[in-house]
Design a protein around this ligand. Sequence first.
Ligand code: GUN
Length: 293
Amino acid sequence: MAILIDGKLTSEQIKTEIAARVAEIKAEGGKIPHLAAILVGNDGASQTYVGAKVKACEQVGFQSTLVRLDAAVSEAELLQVVEDINTNPEIDGLIVQLPLPKHISVQKVTDKIKPEKDVDGFTPTNVGRMTLGWPAYVAATPYGIVELLKRYKIETAGKHCVVIGRSHIVGSPMSILMARNEYPGNCTVTLTHSRTQNLPEITKTADILIVAIGKPEFVTAEMVKEGAVVIDVGIHRVDDASKKSGFRLLGDVKFDEVEAKASAITPVPGGVGPMTIASLLFNTLLAAERKIF
Ligand code: GUN
Protein backbone atom coordinates (compact mmCIF):
# COMPACT_ATOMS: atom_id res chain seq x y z
CA MET A 1 0.00 0.00 0.00
CA ALA A 2 1.18 3.48 -0.81
CA ILE A 3 1.85 6.16 1.80
CA LEU A 4 -1.05 8.61 1.67
CA ILE A 5 0.31 12.15 1.34
CA ASP A 6 -2.24 13.97 3.44
CA GLY A 7 -2.60 17.54 2.21
CA LYS A 8 -5.51 18.28 4.48
CA LEU A 9 -3.56 17.40 7.62
CA THR A 10 -0.41 19.14 6.37
CA SER A 11 -2.33 22.30 5.47
CA GLU A 12 -3.87 22.35 8.96
CA GLN A 13 -0.36 22.07 10.46
CA ILE A 14 0.84 24.96 8.29
CA LYS A 15 -2.19 27.05 9.30
CA THR A 16 -1.43 26.35 12.96
CA GLU A 17 2.17 27.51 12.41
CA ILE A 18 0.96 30.68 10.66
CA ALA A 19 -1.59 31.39 13.41
CA ALA A 20 1.18 31.07 16.00
CA ARG A 21 3.27 33.64 14.10
CA VAL A 22 0.26 35.99 13.88
CA ALA A 23 -0.15 35.72 17.66
CA GLU A 24 3.51 36.71 18.07
CA ILE A 25 3.11 39.65 15.68
CA LYS A 26 0.10 40.82 17.69
CA ALA A 27 2.03 40.51 20.94
CA GLU A 28 4.88 42.56 19.41
CA GLY A 29 2.42 45.21 18.23
CA GLY A 30 3.33 44.48 14.58
CA LYS A 31 1.14 44.63 11.52
CA ILE A 32 -1.51 41.94 11.12
CA PRO A 33 -1.26 40.41 7.60
CA HIS A 34 -4.04 41.62 5.33
CA LEU A 35 -5.06 39.86 2.09
CA ALA A 36 -7.32 41.44 -0.52
CA ALA A 37 -9.13 39.29 -3.07
CA ILE A 38 -10.89 40.60 -6.18
CA LEU A 39 -13.68 38.44 -7.54
CA VAL A 40 -15.26 39.42 -10.85
CA GLY A 41 -18.64 37.93 -11.79
CA ASN A 42 -20.57 34.96 -10.45
CA ASP A 43 -18.59 31.87 -11.50
CA GLY A 44 -19.57 29.16 -9.01
CA ALA A 45 -16.17 27.54 -8.58
CA SER A 46 -14.44 30.92 -8.23
CA GLN A 47 -16.93 31.97 -5.53
CA THR A 48 -16.21 28.74 -3.63
CA TYR A 49 -12.42 29.19 -3.91
CA VAL A 50 -12.45 32.84 -2.87
CA GLY A 51 -14.84 32.04 -0.01
CA ALA A 52 -12.42 29.36 1.21
CA LYS A 53 -9.49 31.80 0.99
CA VAL A 54 -11.33 34.46 3.04
CA LYS A 55 -12.38 31.86 5.62
CA ALA A 56 -8.79 30.59 5.89
CA CYS A 57 -7.63 34.16 6.57
CA GLU A 58 -10.04 34.35 9.51
CA GLN A 59 -8.83 30.97 10.74
CA VAL A 60 -5.22 32.16 11.08
CA GLY A 61 -6.03 35.64 12.36
CA PHE A 62 -5.36 37.60 9.14
CA GLN A 63 -7.46 40.51 8.00
CA SER A 64 -9.10 40.09 4.60
CA THR A 65 -10.98 42.26 2.15
CA LEU A 66 -13.14 40.78 -0.58
CA VAL A 67 -13.86 43.12 -3.48
CA ARG A 68 -16.73 41.79 -5.59
CA LEU A 69 -17.20 43.32 -9.02
CA ASP A 70 -19.96 42.81 -11.54
CA ALA A 71 -19.15 40.58 -14.54
CA ALA A 72 -19.75 43.63 -16.76
CA VAL A 73 -17.08 45.73 -15.04
CA SER A 74 -14.78 47.41 -17.56
CA GLU A 75 -11.11 46.53 -17.82
CA ALA A 76 -10.23 50.13 -16.92
CA GLU A 77 -12.34 49.99 -13.75
CA LEU A 78 -10.75 46.71 -12.68
CA LEU A 79 -7.26 48.11 -13.33
CA GLN A 80 -8.16 51.10 -11.14
CA VAL A 81 -9.30 48.80 -8.29
CA VAL A 82 -5.97 46.94 -8.55
CA GLU A 83 -4.07 50.24 -8.47
CA ASP A 84 -6.01 51.41 -5.40
CA ILE A 85 -5.00 48.22 -3.57
CA ASN A 86 -1.41 48.51 -4.84
CA THR A 87 -1.11 51.87 -3.13
CA ASN A 88 -3.09 51.04 0.02
CA PRO A 89 -0.53 50.60 2.80
CA GLU A 90 -3.01 48.60 4.91
CA ILE A 91 -3.07 45.73 2.39
CA ASP A 92 -0.09 43.35 2.13
CA GLY A 93 -1.26 40.84 -0.49
CA LEU A 94 -3.59 40.98 -3.49
CA ILE A 95 -5.08 38.22 -5.60
CA VAL A 96 -7.38 38.58 -8.60
CA GLN A 97 -9.33 35.35 -8.90
CA LEU A 98 -9.13 33.76 -12.35
CA PRO A 99 -10.75 33.19 -14.80
CA LEU A 100 -11.80 36.73 -15.71
CA PRO A 101 -14.61 37.60 -18.15
CA LYS A 102 -13.51 37.45 -21.79
CA HIS A 103 -13.55 41.21 -22.34
CA ILE A 104 -10.79 41.66 -19.75
CA SER A 105 -7.12 40.95 -20.49
CA VAL A 106 -5.65 38.65 -17.83
CA GLN A 107 -2.23 39.78 -19.00
CA LYS A 108 -2.95 43.48 -18.42
CA VAL A 109 -4.51 42.83 -15.02
CA THR A 110 -1.69 40.53 -13.87
CA ASP A 111 0.89 43.04 -15.02
CA LYS A 112 -0.85 45.77 -13.01
CA ILE A 113 -0.41 43.93 -9.68
CA LYS A 114 2.49 45.32 -7.68
CA PRO A 115 5.02 42.45 -7.46
CA GLU A 116 5.53 43.17 -3.74
CA LYS A 117 1.83 42.32 -3.17
CA ASP A 118 1.57 39.51 -5.76
CA VAL A 119 1.04 36.64 -3.31
CA ASP A 120 -0.28 34.43 -6.15
CA GLY A 121 3.18 34.67 -7.74
CA PHE A 122 1.65 35.34 -11.18
CA THR A 123 3.44 38.56 -12.19
CA PRO A 124 6.38 38.46 -14.62
CA THR A 125 8.61 39.75 -11.82
CA ASN A 126 7.80 36.87 -9.49
CA VAL A 127 7.88 34.22 -12.22
CA GLY A 128 11.26 35.58 -13.32
CA ARG A 129 12.62 35.70 -9.78
CA MET A 130 11.38 32.15 -9.07
CA THR A 131 13.05 30.95 -12.30
CA LEU A 132 16.34 32.55 -11.26
CA GLY A 133 16.09 31.00 -7.80
CA TRP A 134 15.82 34.45 -6.21
CA PRO A 135 13.49 35.15 -3.29
CA ALA A 136 10.01 35.22 -4.88
CA TYR A 137 6.37 34.54 -4.26
CA VAL A 138 5.92 31.06 -5.76
CA ALA A 139 2.45 30.23 -7.14
CA ALA A 140 0.25 28.44 -4.61
CA THR A 141 -0.10 25.02 -6.26
CA PRO A 142 3.58 24.37 -7.08
CA TYR A 143 4.56 25.78 -3.71
CA GLY A 144 2.06 23.50 -1.96
CA ILE A 145 3.50 20.47 -3.78
CA VAL A 146 7.07 21.45 -2.83
CA GLU A 147 5.96 21.70 0.81
CA LEU A 148 4.30 18.26 0.69
CA LEU A 149 7.45 16.68 -0.79
CA LYS A 150 9.52 18.31 1.97
CA ARG A 151 7.27 17.40 4.85
CA TYR A 152 6.97 13.80 3.66
CA LYS A 153 10.75 13.72 3.11
CA ILE A 154 10.38 12.42 -0.44
CA GLU A 155 13.81 11.88 -1.98
CA THR A 156 14.19 13.86 -5.18
CA ALA A 157 17.91 14.20 -6.05
CA GLY A 158 18.77 12.39 -9.26
CA LYS A 159 15.21 11.13 -9.73
CA HIS A 160 13.28 11.35 -12.97
CA CYS A 161 10.35 13.71 -12.43
CA VAL A 162 7.69 13.71 -15.13
CA VAL A 163 5.22 16.60 -15.12
CA ILE A 164 2.05 16.26 -17.18
CA GLY A 165 0.64 19.66 -18.16
CA ARG A 166 2.46 22.89 -19.05
CA SER A 167 0.17 25.58 -17.61
CA HIS A 168 1.67 28.83 -16.34
CA ILE A 169 0.05 28.20 -12.96
CA VAL A 170 1.15 24.60 -12.31
CA GLY A 171 3.09 22.48 -14.81
CA SER A 172 5.59 24.99 -16.06
CA PRO A 173 6.70 26.39 -12.65
CA MET A 174 6.65 22.86 -11.21
CA SER A 175 9.12 21.69 -13.85
CA ILE A 176 11.47 24.58 -12.99
CA LEU A 177 11.26 23.97 -9.23
CA MET A 178 11.94 20.22 -9.55
CA ALA A 179 15.07 20.88 -11.64
CA ARG A 180 16.53 23.44 -9.21
CA ASN A 181 19.80 22.78 -7.42
CA GLU A 182 18.20 22.48 -3.98
CA TYR A 183 15.84 20.20 -2.08
CA PRO A 184 13.24 19.31 -3.19
CA GLY A 185 14.71 19.37 -6.67
CA ASN A 186 17.82 18.16 -8.45
CA CYS A 187 15.54 15.98 -10.57
CA THR A 188 15.92 15.17 -14.23
CA VAL A 189 12.66 16.72 -15.41
CA THR A 190 10.49 15.87 -18.40
CA LEU A 191 7.66 18.33 -19.05
CA THR A 192 4.91 16.68 -21.08
CA HIS A 193 1.64 18.03 -22.46
CA SER A 194 -1.28 17.35 -24.78
CA ARG A 195 0.98 17.12 -27.86
CA THR A 196 3.51 14.74 -26.32
CA GLN A 197 3.96 11.50 -28.25
CA ASN A 198 4.19 8.12 -26.49
CA LEU A 199 3.19 9.64 -23.17
CA PRO A 200 2.73 6.31 -21.32
CA GLU A 201 6.26 5.28 -22.33
CA ILE A 202 7.56 8.45 -20.66
CA THR A 203 5.36 8.37 -17.55
CA LYS A 204 6.36 4.73 -16.96
CA THR A 205 9.92 5.93 -16.37
CA ALA A 206 8.91 8.53 -13.75
CA ASP A 207 10.11 8.18 -10.17
CA ILE A 208 7.99 11.21 -9.37
CA LEU A 209 4.88 11.85 -11.47
CA ILE A 210 3.10 15.20 -11.15
CA VAL A 211 -0.20 15.26 -12.98
CA ALA A 212 -1.88 18.56 -13.90
CA ILE A 213 -3.56 17.78 -17.22
CA GLY A 214 -7.14 18.63 -16.21
CA LYS A 215 -8.73 15.35 -17.37
CA PRO A 216 -10.56 13.11 -14.86
CA GLU A 217 -8.77 9.80 -14.14
CA PHE A 218 -6.39 10.35 -17.07
CA VAL A 219 -3.48 8.48 -15.49
CA THR A 220 -4.06 4.75 -15.15
CA ALA A 221 -1.96 2.02 -13.51
CA GLU A 222 -0.32 0.99 -16.82
CA MET A 223 1.17 4.50 -17.07
CA VAL A 224 2.88 4.32 -13.67
CA LYS A 225 6.12 2.66 -12.57
CA GLU A 226 6.02 0.40 -9.52
CA GLY A 227 7.07 2.46 -6.48
CA ALA A 228 6.55 5.89 -8.06
CA VAL A 229 5.52 8.96 -6.06
CA VAL A 230 2.32 10.31 -7.63
CA ILE A 231 1.07 13.88 -7.11
CA ASP A 232 -2.44 14.57 -8.44
CA VAL A 233 -3.30 18.22 -9.06
CA GLY A 234 -6.66 17.60 -10.79
CA ILE A 235 -10.04 18.18 -9.26
CA HIS A 236 -13.25 17.38 -11.14
CA ARG A 237 -16.88 17.23 -10.05
CA VAL A 238 -18.69 14.29 -11.61
CA ASP A 239 -22.38 13.46 -11.15
CA ASP A 240 -23.02 10.60 -8.73
CA ALA A 241 -26.62 9.89 -7.76
CA SER A 242 -25.49 7.62 -4.91
CA LYS A 243 -23.98 10.62 -3.07
CA LYS A 244 -26.05 12.97 -0.93
CA SER A 245 -24.42 15.94 -2.66
CA GLY A 246 -25.23 14.45 -6.08
CA PHE A 247 -21.56 14.50 -7.11
CA ARG A 248 -18.15 13.17 -6.23
CA LEU A 249 -14.68 14.57 -6.73
CA LEU A 250 -12.13 12.91 -8.98
CA GLY A 251 -8.52 13.76 -9.70
CA ASP A 252 -6.45 13.43 -12.86
CA VAL A 253 -5.31 10.02 -11.56
CA LYS A 254 -7.33 6.80 -11.34
CA PHE A 255 -6.68 6.62 -7.62
CA ASP A 256 -7.51 3.05 -6.61
CA GLU A 257 -5.46 1.26 -9.25
CA VAL A 258 -2.54 3.71 -9.14
CA GLU A 259 -2.41 3.64 -5.33
CA ALA A 260 -1.80 -0.13 -5.52
CA LYS A 261 1.38 0.53 -7.52
CA ALA A 262 2.71 3.81 -6.08
CA SER A 263 4.98 4.18 -3.04
CA ALA A 264 3.25 7.44 -2.10
CA ILE A 265 0.24 9.28 -3.54
CA THR A 266 -1.93 12.35 -2.92
CA PRO A 267 -5.68 11.71 -2.68
CA VAL A 268 -8.42 13.87 -4.23
CA PRO A 269 -9.93 15.54 -2.31
CA GLY A 270 -7.53 16.14 0.57
CA GLY A 271 -4.22 16.19 -1.31
CA VAL A 272 -2.87 19.14 -3.25
CA GLY A 273 -6.09 21.21 -3.03
CA PRO A 274 -5.93 22.23 0.66
CA MET A 275 -2.21 22.99 0.28
CA THR A 276 -2.88 25.77 -2.21
CA ILE A 277 -4.70 27.82 0.41
CA ALA A 278 -1.98 27.19 2.99
CA SER A 279 0.59 28.43 0.42
CA LEU A 280 -1.40 31.59 -0.22
CA LEU A 281 -1.58 32.31 3.52
CA PHE A 282 2.15 31.67 3.83
CA ASN A 283 2.91 34.08 0.98
CA THR A 284 0.68 36.70 2.60
CA LEU A 285 2.60 36.32 5.86
CA LEU A 286 5.86 36.76 3.91
CA ALA A 287 4.39 39.89 2.33
CA ALA A 288 3.34 41.39 5.67
CA GLU A 289 6.80 40.72 7.07
CA ARG A 290 8.50 42.03 3.90
CA LYS A 291 10.49 38.80 3.57
CA ILE A 292 10.70 38.64 -0.24
CA PHE A 293 11.20 42.26 -1.35
N1 GUN B 1 -7.92 30.28 -10.36
C1 GUN B 1 -7.52 29.00 -10.26
N2 GUN B 1 -6.45 28.90 -9.46
C2 GUN B 1 -6.16 30.16 -9.05
C3 GUN B 1 -5.15 30.70 -8.20
O1 GUN B 1 -4.28 30.02 -7.65
N3 GUN B 1 -5.20 32.05 -8.03
C4 GUN B 1 -6.12 32.84 -8.62
N4 GUN B 1 -6.09 34.16 -8.40
N5 GUN B 1 -7.06 32.36 -9.42
C5 GUN B 1 -7.08 31.03 -9.62
